[in-house]
Design a protein around this ligand. Structure first.
Ligand SMILES: Nc1ncnc2c1ncn2[C@@H]1O[C@H](COP(=O)(O)OP(=O)(O)OP(=O)(O)O)[C@@H](O)[C@H]1O
Ligand SMILES: [Mg+2]
Length: 602
């Protein structure tokens, strides 16, 4: 499912493209007005230098070069002419440097701001929002859509500066003759209307380009993520073909939008010349009427020729505006997502002893389909509880509710009498540690993966590593705790990753520790040892562990047997073996599997 906005159902009007595009530019200008203003001043300097250069060349020709032919070389005048021309050129060069530097800074600062804003916003959203996103598409939003959304900012200071040239030239034509001025204004309005039409036509096409870009990114992300499976099953060709189709769609849409724009370009480039023809016709009529003389006409034609470049810049900006708006709408759709996690005011307790957990009448479903119904759970402080149930029965889901990574649709979870929803943001993880089924490690050192930016001492890190049975993992790494792990900890085995993820949870000395099958990839004997250590009196935690191995299940004080969307039974392992035939069958199957593995072990 796409992260960004879907392609507009209802076509926008050209006016709406202009309005929304201008609001987009304003959003950025408001944020960094100085960078924009300095860029615009650079643009205005350039525009002024263009006019000044034409005046200076005229003056030098009339006052320096022609007199040389009649009166010979006049060093003073020659020097003055040279200083004037060099001065204007330097002024123009400074204008160009100022504009380009400020515009570049403005543009890149804006993309940086938006990327930070996007990430910060996404981290406030509920898991239910993430559940519906395609990661590849989200990456495309953060990368190409942000880039494209801000693309119009790059020419904006130039456009603003050069607008002075546009307005100045039109005012001067008006000053020569109002009819000529009117002719120029009408001509400009026609040119801009054609530009705007082009911008509006290409807007819809740009939306399709960006959607295709998101799709390419999704498919690429999925195929990189699933590379192992694809290679193992020899499905490279299928994946390449799928990717090729999406790339072809993107290519076709890019070609379509660019060829449409090229057609507009032909018209737009011819327009300034057509404008001069119009001016000639109006001018001839005005000369006939003796309202202006031929000199005025030449000046007006020169002023109009000065306009041809700014008029082209208007076209480019409107084109960029359409492209930017299409990219920005996808960014905006993510920024508009408002499924925020609601938090209370409660701070985490300073007590470091185990906490009781009570779940009352919990109802939950990821979508409409219920996963847990009317589930009640009561865990005394300091107990070790094993959650056992067939695959897909909702064990992980229950763990997520206990750590408040999702909220129940109805019912509540209380930690030592306090509703999990009453905790302030980032406070609950100080009391509850959750270790998921798939251990995730960051592209950082072992130490950074365990501390996650908090100030733990080396002794604390080492103690947590020992508690998680990960001493041998660290000892085998050349740089020990400082060893870099690579993206997602790919340099480690599954079991090694799990033990470091466990150490990360243990170092926080949680009051409730939730292990969702978090030791499945370590040897059974190591798993049992870890669980025994966790149960030891020194560790002040209540432990909820999703377990499959009979040895681990037996270590629990109590077992919660879950199936058919609720808890079917709870008690000690032997009580459940007696009372719940389903549980007995399940554990028997686990036992047979464990025996088979033992037999097959070398
Ligand atoms: N993110 C999700 N989005 C939608 N449905 C989900 C999601 N995660 C799980 N489910 C569904 O919820 C049900 C319970 O899943 P859950 O992961 O809690 O089972 P589990 O008991 O942990 O299974 P396993 O033993 O395989 O880990 C399943 O039917 C599953 O299809
Ligand atoms: Mg699970």
């Amino acid at each position: 499912m796409p992260a960004g906005a879907p392609i507009s159902e209802k076509a926008l009007t050209p006016w709406a493209v202009l309005r929304d595009g201008s609001l987009l530019v304003w959003r950025f200008v408001k944020r960094r007005p100085w960078a924009f203003a300095i860029g615009a001043v650079g643009g205005a300097m350039f525009a002024a230098a263009v006019i000044a250069a034409s005046q200076a060349v005229g003056w030098v020709t009339a006052e320096v070069i022609i007199p040389v032919l009649d009166e010979g070389l006049q060093p003073d005048l020659l020097a003055a002419g040279a200083v004037l021309l060099v001065g204007v050129s330097v002024f123009k060069a400074v204008g160009v440097v100022v504009r380009r530097t400020a515009a570049g800074w403005f543009h890149y600062a804006a993309t940086r701001d938006v990327r930070n804003e996007l990430l910060a916003h996404q981290l406030t959203l509920k898991m239910s929002w993430f559940n519906k996103q395609s990661i590849g598409d989200l990456l495309a939003v953060a990368d190409s859509d942000v880039q494209q959304g801000a693309a119009v900012l790059s020419p904006m200071p130039y456009f603003t500066g050069i607008s002075f040239l546009l307005v100045g030239a039109v005012v001067m034509i008006f000053a020569i003759d109002p009819w000529l001025g009117l002719g120029a204004v009408i001509g400009l309005i026609v040119v801009i209307a054609v530009d705007l039409h082009g911008s509006w036509v290409t807007y819809g096409m740009w939306e399709r380009v960006q959607a295709a870009r998101g799709k390419v990114s999704s498919v690429a992300h999925e195929s990189f993520d699933g590379a192992l499976t694809v290679k193992a099953l020899g499905r490279e060709r299928l994946v390449s073909e799928g990717f090729g189709e999406e790339s072809d769609t993107l290519r076709d849409r890019n070609i379509a939008v660019n060829s449409t724009w090229t057609k507009y370009q032909v018209i737009i480039r011819a327009m300034p010349q057509a404008l001069i023809v119009v001016l000639m016709v109006v001018g001839a009529a005005r000369i006939n009427a003796a309202a202006i003389d031929a000199g005025d006409m030449v000046t007006a034609a020169y002023l109009l020729s000065l306009l041809s470049f700014p008029v082209q810049v208007v076209g480019y900006v409107l084109w960029d505006l359409a492209a930017s708006l299409a990219g920005w709408r996808r960014v905006q759709a993510v920024l508009d997502a408002d499924q925020h996690m609601e938090h209370g005011e409660r701070r985490a307790s300073r007590k470091r002893r185990a906490a009781s957990v009570v779940g009352s009448t919990l109802d939950f479903g990821y979508d409409d389909e219920p996963v847990l119904r009317g589930l009640d759970l009561d865990i005394r402080a300091g107990a070790t509880i094993a959650i056992v149930g067939p695959t897909g029965s909702g064990k992980s889901t229950l763990c997520l509710l206990l750590a408040r990574l999702w909220d129940p649709a109805s019912g509540a979870v209380h930690l030592e009498g306090r509703d999990l929803r009453s905790f302030a943001a980032s406070e609950l993880p100080k009391e509850v540690s959750y270790v998921p089924q798939g251990a995730f490690l960051f592209d950082a050192s072992v130490r950074e993966n365990i501390t996650l930016g908090e100030s733990f001492t080396d002794a604390e890190v080492e103690a947590a590593v020992a508690l998680a049975g990960a001493e041998s993992v660290v000892a085998e790494l050349a740089d020990g705790l400082d060893a870099e792990l690579g993206e997602r900890g790919t340099t480690l085995s599954g079991g090694q990753r799990q033990r470091l993820a466990l150490a990360r949870a243990l170092i926080r000395k949680p009051r409730l520790m939730i292990l969702d099958d978090a030791t499945s990839a370590v040897d059974p004997s190591v798993e049992a040892k870890i669980l025994r250590t966790l149960r030891s009196a020194a560790l002040p935690s209540t432990i909820v562990v999703v377990a499959y191995r009979p040895a681990s299940i037996r270590l629990a004080d109590e077992v919660v047997y879950i199936d058919a969307k609720t808890i079917l039974g709870h008690g000690t392992h032997s009580e459940l073996l007696e009372s719940e035939p389903g549980y007995a069958r399940l554990v028997q199957a686990y036992e047979e599997e464990a025996q088979r593995l033992r037999r097959e072990a070398p």
